[in-house]
Design a protein around this ligand. Structure first.
Ligand SMILES: Nc1nc2c(c(=O)[nH]1)N[C@H]1C(S)=C(S)[C@@H](COP(=O)(O)OP(=O)(O)OC[C@H]3O[C@@H](n4cnc5c(=O)[nH]c(N)nc54)[C@H](O)[C@@H]3O)O[C@H]1N2
Ligand SMILES: Nc1nc2c(c(=O)[nH]1)N[C@H]1C(S)=C(S)[C@@H](COP(=O)(O)OP(=O)(O)OC[C@H]3O[C@@H](n4cnc5c(=O)[nH]c(N)nc54)[C@H](O)[C@@H]3O)O[C@H]1N2
Ligand SMILES: [Mo]
Length: 642
């Protein structure tokens, strides 16, 4: 690395991008962004690349995180994002928390769940997780399923809803329709398929007891109000979208929806994957507020809103994150701008993507250096972090809130917003940003939202600065915001005030229940790779540890461990604290054993936090066919003592 001035660096970047665009066309450049940038920043990047440069190569870490939930919601309801709010936690009598270690990863919301239990001890908490996590330890019922068997489990619970007469007939008759893929099916056809998921059968697939499945279904269906939470244990699966849709289906079929405390609720991972990415459409297939690039009408609408000539937006979806790095490897993408993400640490099956970085002109804007990604960068731009700049984040409940700047950035660091506007000028797209403060961009964006079901025209900077956030829809400045969407009387977008629910984004007003079959594991275990590896997080660290590694108080917290069941440890001749090598078809890495009965036999667990013990050399880049989100939650491995 050689020190350069901002002028030199930006001049070099602009020259390389302009040359690639001129020689190879706009699709030879790409943006890889993050759910950790402010909304104004992601909006600006999306507009610059899609309306300025003319490529839909805009994606990033949200693909690794929320894609399955986003696809799940948009396919069931058309409009993305959870329909409820955190306040529902104070009204629920039963919680089902699946594929989510809330105690470590959403500790504040988890404490709210615990508060509900403290004040209302009959509250029943079900946790579905292959590991006995800090969350599962507090559950009334823990279903310690085999990873990737969620589809069986939920089908089986739905079977039980039918058997016990827990189906809400009014919901079925008035508000739902049934599909298998894009084909309409009847309720009877849907029901018939459930015969394959009787609890005895599903229990064998899932590795739990039939009684546990029956009890989970009974509690879910019979409680006055059931609320579910889920995160990466569902999203990061090759059946991530299917699992998401089935969670929503359980609520829709039992009528556990649209009342205080009765709701499905997908927890967003990063601070702004919802507002910054899903709402603005900063993904390769998407455009603002639920529109998609493949739809000519949507393109035309957005071209009008962005005030650019017809035909500006490319009709071709760009590269989703995994495809982007493959395209870099193949030489199809020549220049990439990576902002606020550390993919050469966090992508699955990382080794080939290091080579992809070497073959591409890569600019990385990060608050820290070196990272696994900046090591392979051609230009590293020092970026200001959230406390060193200001902007709007969105929480999982659709709450936009303003984060004020608390301190100046160190040295010459600049905000990502400033970097993007500067790049836009140098690439000849100043006209896209005639007014260029962040507040101007927010105002442009909230006006655009007014032309959609996301309508948050009433959420001004002024209001955001004086309130702890506002939930959209919020169509005008006097509107208080919306806690429960699709509920007439609560949601300002409603069409039908007499209805119980109003899924207004669908012409027939009906949400869709999908039939899904359980797939076999995409990478089954065998004699050579007899164990399954799953990965995740601990409370004390954040992702690739760049922002937490340096914190003194956290330095005693280990992230180099491998959780191994005592039986598997014995078979491999391992004792507590031994150095152990984990090997998959793709790569290997070394860890330190932590022997524990909290994990299923046959399963091992590592975090992806540590750069020295890089688990993503081992993980697989198999993706969900709908969301293209990778399956970080299971691959076949073997372990050996080092
Ligand atoms: N402390 C801390 N908090 C964070 C983060 C962080 O890095 N550190 N990151 C944030 C981000 S971006 C995200 S996405 C969230 C992630 O939050 P979570 O999704 O809660 O975290 P993970 O540990 O990735 O995975 C959750 C659980 O899924 C389980 N699981 C694995 N396979 C399956 C399966 O097949 N089915 C089911 N039902 N469960 C399964 C795992 O055992 C694990 O306990 O956390 C956010 N919060
Ligand atoms: N094995 C395995 N891998 C996983 C997962 C898993 O469960 N298992 N989870 C996946 C998920 S859900 C996610 S969200 C991803 C996260 O993966 P990444 O996004 O790659 O991880 P982070 O460490 O959050 O990276 C953010 C980077 O941005 C920098 N940064 C922080 N603030 C700013 C800023 O304001 N501006 C700029 N320019 N830079 C900033 C940080 O220093 C850091 O290098 O990991 C995915 N990878
Ligand atoms: Mo995430």
């Amino acid at each position: 690395m050689e020190r350069a001035s901002w002028e030199e660096a930006m001049e070099l970047i602009a020259r390389r991008f302009n040359t690639a665009i001129a020689d190879k066309g706009p699709d030879s450049v790409a943006y890889c962004g993050s759910g950790q940038l402010f909304t104004e920043e992601s909006y600006t990047a999306n507009k610059l690349f899609k309306a300025g440069i003319g490529t839909n190569n805009v994606d990033g870490n949200p693909r690794l995180c929320m894609a399955s939930a986003a696809v799940g919601y948009t396919i069931v309801f058309v409009v993305d994002e959870p329909m409820s709010c955190y306040e529902d936690t104070d009204h629920a009598d039963c919680f089902i928390i699946t594929g989510s270690n809330m105690a470590d990863c959403h500790p504040i919301v988890w404490e709210r769940v615990r508060d509900r239990k403290r004040t209302n001890p009959d509250t029943f908490i079900i946790v579905v997780d292959p590991r006995k996590t800090n969350t599962a330890k507090r559950a009334d019922l823990h279903l310690q399923i085999r990873p990737g068997t969620d589809v069986s489990l939920y089908n089986s619970m739905i079977y039980e809803f039918f058997r016990r007469g827990m189906i809400d007939d009014e919901m079925v008759e008035e508000y739902l329709r049934f599909q298998q893929g894009s084909d309409r099916i009847s309720l009877d056809q849907f029901r018939e398929n459930l015969e394959n998921y009787k609890p005895e059968r599903a229990a064998a697939t899932c590795g739990v007891s039939p009684e546990q499945i029956r009890e989970a279904a009974f509690r879910f269906g019979s409680s006055p109000a059931t609320m579910s939470f889920w995160t990466m244990g569902l999203n990061q699966q090759t059946q991530g979208t299917a699992s998401n849709r089935l969670m929503m289906a359980m609520h829709l079929l039992t009528g556990q929806i649209g009342r205080p405390g009765a709701t499905p609720f997908s927890l967003t991972g990063q601070p702004n994957a919802g507002g910054g990415i899903r709402d603005t459409g900063a993904l390769a297939h998407a455009l603002p507020t639920g529109r998609v690039v493949a739809n000519p009408e949507h393109r035309r609408e957005v071209e009008e809103l962005w005030n650019v000539p017809e035909g500006t937006i490319s009709p071709n979806p760009g590269y989703h994150t995994m495809a982007l790095f493959q395209a870099m490897y193949e030489g199809d993408v020549e220049c990439a701008l990576i902002m606020s993400t550390n993919p050469i640490h966090s992508l699955p099956n990382i080794l080939p993507y290091r080579e992809a970085m070497e073959r591409t002109f890569v600019v990385v804007a990060d608050a820290f250096h070196p990272t696994e990604t900046t090591k392979y960068a051609d230009v590293v731009l020092p970026a200001a972090m959230w406390v060193e700049k200001s902007g709007v984040f969105s929480q999982p409940e659709r709450r936009y809130h303003y984060v004020p700047k608390l301190t100046d950035p160190p040295g010459e660091a600049r905000s990502d917003f400033d970097i993007l506007i500067n790049l836009a000028d140098r690439l000849g797209h100043s006209e896209l940003f005639p007014n260029r403060t962040q507040e101007d961009i927010w105002n442009e964006w909230r006006k655009i939202s007014g032309q959609s079901y996301y309508n948050f025209e009433g959420i001004t900077y002024e209001r955001l600065k004086s309130q702890p956030g506002i939930l959209w829809p919020c169509p005008d400045e006097d509107h208080p915001g919306t806690c429960r969407r699709f509920v007439p009387g609560s949601d300002p977008m409603e069409r039908n005030e007499d209805a119980r629910l109003d899924f207004y984004a669908r012409p027939d007003g009906r949400a869709i229940i999908y039939l899904h079959e359980q797939d076999p594991p995409y990478e089954p275990t065998d004699d050579q790779y007899p164990l399954t590896l799953t990965t995740g997080r601990v409370l004390e660290h954040w992702h690739t540890e760049t922002i937490t590694r340096g914190i003194k108080d956290l330095q005693g917290v280990r992230t180099d461990f491998l959780e191994v069941h005592p039986a598997d440890a014995q078979a491999a001749g391992l004792s507590e604290g031994d150095e152990v090598r984990v090997i998959s078809r793709r790569g290997e890495a070394d860890f330190v054993t932590r022997i524990t009965g909290d994990i299923r036999e046959g399963l091992v667990f590592a975090t992806f936090h540590s750069a020295k013990h890089l688990v993503n050399k081992i993980t697989s880049d198999a993706v969900d066919p709908f969301s293209r989100q990778p399956d970080y939650k299971r691959c076949a491995v073997t372990i050996e003592k080092v």
